[in-house]
Design a protein around this ligand. Structure first.
Ligand SMILES: Cc1ncc(COP(=O)(O)O)c(C=O)c1O
Length: 367
């Protein structure tokens, strides 16, 4: 029987044509027409003035933090449940990620717990729109304004998600995205920083290119990085932007199919819910066991694997990982992360595939 993978890129538009154009024209490095075109398409999609492409989502985060002026000794508030890149980027600046517990269900940062973590060293907050559901931005940005903090959206997993009709990437002074192979928009590896701030955009471009002075070639007034995207990556990205509406619609279709197929398991599983005023893009359709812990979750995942269905565990919270280990309890993250798993979510999935996952899950839950 065909194996159902947890994620798969769909590259059936102009990806091939544009990549061949890079090869045929010899523009394969980080100059070339596709970079500007991809940046413009992405900025317009998010509804922002500037999009600055980077070579992955982690370097996009680091670049944004450098441009925002983060320094050694500073603190940045992040959710404890995220992909480790969020915490690592803060560490690369010599700053400390300060962890906050998350909300049940969405696993996004809990705005009610923010203020107690703000100290004189806090410079900003990084909400993460986990698995495609936006973080609770209204209370979070209000607290940030009150304390003079910047907000950097980590939108790596949430291309096209919305809060009150506005797309993520446009909600605060700065945002970052990932285009890794399993993302809603992919360039193989790749990233983007979005902003409406002209001065910040200029800094982002300068730091991305080794810090070179934009008016004077080979003159470097600051220490920068080589975080440039190649024309080949951008060629794939531009083609992906041409089909993003269909990609988002496909994920809505999948989520509806999953909701319906898994409804009979509601006593055993918590299904994802879209919060009012938000648009969830279902990068990963994520469910949580109501009973048991990590051991039971892992045995359900193993049973699914034996039935040809790949899944992923929800991220380990940062406070249990060796680089960021804390002995403190984060009650929601501790209980929910252990019970969560991502089900296969990609554009090649048919209604029959969803039925197969639901049947397998029903069987696995009875073991
Ligand atoms: C929340 C989050 N932040 C940052 C990143 C880093 O992106 P990349 O893998 O492109 O470096 C990812 C990637 O998976 C992510 O999920």
């Amino acid at each position: 029987m065909k194996r159902i993978s947890v994620a798969e890129p769909k590259l059936q538009g102009n990806e091939r044509k544009y990549v061949l154009d890079c090869l045929d024209s010899n523009w394969i490095s980080s100059n070339g027409k596709y970079i500007g075109a991809f940046e413009a398409a992405f900025a317009s999609f998010c509804g922002v003035k500037h999009a600055i492409a980077a070579n992955n989502g982690t370097t996009a985060l680091h670049l944004a933090l450098v441009a925002l002026g983060l320094n050694a000794g500073d603190e940045v508030i992040i959710p404890t449940v995220t992909y480790i890149a969020t915490a690592n980027a803060v560490r690369y600046c010599g700053a400390t990620p300060v962890l906050v517990d998350v909300c049940p269900g969405t696993m996004n940062i809990d705005p009610m717990q923010l203020e107690q973590h703000i100290t004189p060293r806090t410079r900003g907050i990084i909400p993460v729109h986990l698995y495609g559901h936006p973080a609770d931005m209204a209370p979070l940005t209000e607290i940030a304004r009150k304390h003079g903090l910047w907000v950097l959206e980590d939108a790596a997993e949430a291309h096209g998600a919305e809060v009150a009709g506005r797309r993520v990437g446009s909600l605060t002074e700065c945002a970052t995205f990932s285009f890794f192979g399993n993302k809603i928009v992919t360039t193989g590896e790749g990233g983007m920083v979005t902003t409406n701030d002209d001065a910040l955009a200029a800094k982002l471009r300068q730091f991305r290119g080794q810090g070179v002075d934009p008016q004077r070639r080979y003159w470097f007034p600051v220490v920068g990085y080589n975080y440039r995207m190649t024309n080949i990556q951008a060629a794939i990205g531009l083609a992906q932007m041409e089909t993003i509406d269909a990609a988002l619609e496909d994920r809505q279709r999948l989520a509806k199919l999953y909701h319906k197929a898994l409804a009979p398991l509601a006593d055993a599983l918590v299904l994802p819910e879209e919060q009012s005023g938000m648009r969830h893009v279902y990068w990963m359709y994520t469910v949580f066991l109501r009973d048991g812990g990590e051991e039971r979750r892992d045995s359900v995942m193993r049973a699914l694997d034996e039935l040809g269905i790949e899944t992923r565990p929800v991220f380990y919270p940062m406070h249990v990982l060796p680089p960021y280990k804390e002995d403190k309890a984060y009650p929601v993250a501790d209980s929910w992360a252990q019970r969560g798993m991502n089900l296969p979510t990609h554009q090649f999935m048919s209604a029959e595939d969803v039925e197969r996952v639901a049947t397998a899950l029903t069987q696995a839950l009875t073991l």
